[in-house]
Write a protein that binds this ligand. Sequence first.
Ligand SMILES: [Zn+2]
Length: 103
Amino acid sequence: MTKFNPPINKPLDRDYFKKKDNPKYNKKGPQLTECCDQDIDYDCMNVNDLEDWELIEDYIERHLIEYSSTKSITPVSCVECGRFLEYVSTIYDGRQKYGKTSL
Ligand SMILES: [Zn+2]
């Protein structure tokens, strides 16, 4: 039997496996993109990806059909890397409604 000290009773997260692959890795918490402060491990939609963009368009189109009070919806995205951040909808009386929506 090979003896070792397993990290028992501890949650194994992405950092754990990064450290395992690279013992010098010593970053605490999620690694964030420099441009938009997003967790690089989070596989989000990207407006530069045609398939993702079509999902975003579909979502907006469906929303516009369902909610007649909505004038437009802006898919707010990072201009640097294209990560989709949130939808901002404008409704007809001029108010803006912010909302992060995951598909
Ligand atoms: Zn970015």
